[in-house]
Design a protein around this ligand. Sequence first.
Ligand code: CTP
Length: 409
Amino acid sequence: MQLNGKKIILGITGSIAAYKAAFLTRLLIKEGAAVKVVMTPLAKEFITPVTIATLSRNTVLSDFFSYDDGSWNSHVDLGIWADLFLIAPASANTMAKMAHGVCDNLLLTTYLSCRCPVMLAPAMDLDMFSHPATVRNQEILLNRGNIIIEPSCGELASGLSGKGRMEEPAGILQKVISFFAGGGTEADTEKYAALRGKQILVTAGPTHEAVDPVRYIGNQSSGKMGYSIAVELANRGAGVILVTGPVPTELVHSSIRVIKVKSADEMYRECIKWFPECEACVMTAAVADYRPVVTENKKIKRGEGTYTIKMQPTTDILKELGKMKKKGQVLTGFALETDNEKVNAEKKLHNKNLDFIVLNSLQEEGAGFHSDTNKISIINSDGSAIDYEMKTKPEVAVDIVNHLSELIK
Ligand code: CTP
């Protein structure tokens, strides 16, 4: 119930994707949100208010007053009530009217009166989406601080294929959850805007250093922290390059390019290839510090005595990125320490030329590799530190991404 007590106005406009608003309503309710729905007149041609009213457990609002008894549907009260105005799907027509202050239906008057943040999930044909008029309207809305949930690429109702498909309800729900996890206030919309259109490199998971064709030396990293950071960045409109070591999780997100690697050396090569094109890098991977000097090409046979593997150091990827770092790029990594934690983490921060470092404590129960929760401190290059509570990894990702968004230009 991650949206417990949150009050959301869901605006539905006239688009084929309006049917997905039924699933979205259900998901919001299941997470504990109170949902009031406003539909444009055309939206009712695509999905019936009966369906939406049943799922939202509230009467659907569409007209300025009731034709039966003349009672007034106050868009002002509605706007004051809400913590978030989410418009999904948002048609090209509604976006154009919002951009220019036209208010010829209840959804639009609610937009003009509401005091809460506004999130839109556009849905339209690819040519409409890329038309200069729509691009301009989108810019106007973004500059006003409205949050736009990027549509994805794929098959469209017109039969054409391209960008314009509304984000799936589960994806929209995730964005709403992240938004509230980050505070959910007007000020947070700035943190969202800071990352829009930025390219960010994230590394995750362990590395496997081959001993022979079937064996490797690895570690227990699950990749969860890095994957949560990648999703959080992508949810805020950043393009993410996720270089990941071997983990069981599959991640599919239209804004995340996943590059799978096994060894520290492969990870190093991908990182130095992508970092120059990125505005920031978050290095969460648990990179092996040593690899076998020799990788046997045949499976090692069992013998009588002990077996020794001679190891040599791997490249410190983060340190190399620190040397490559250009003005304006933000570089951050993690430190896993067992003793003298803050002092050691700060040493790593300076040694690797980082802008901040995330200290992961192994002392805390529920924090670390296999767990779904984590307890971190963020240490800045001036030595100042922020200690956070124990949180779930997606919540920790919100804190880290918030911190990053304040440093990124
Ligand atoms: N790191 C890296 N390349 C390596 C080793 C570590 O890029 N070969 C990165 C990690 O991804 C992490 C940071 O460096 O972001 C710190 O990793 P950590 O294991 O805590 O420290 P090390 O530098 O390996 O030092 P030590 O193991 O001695 O604590």
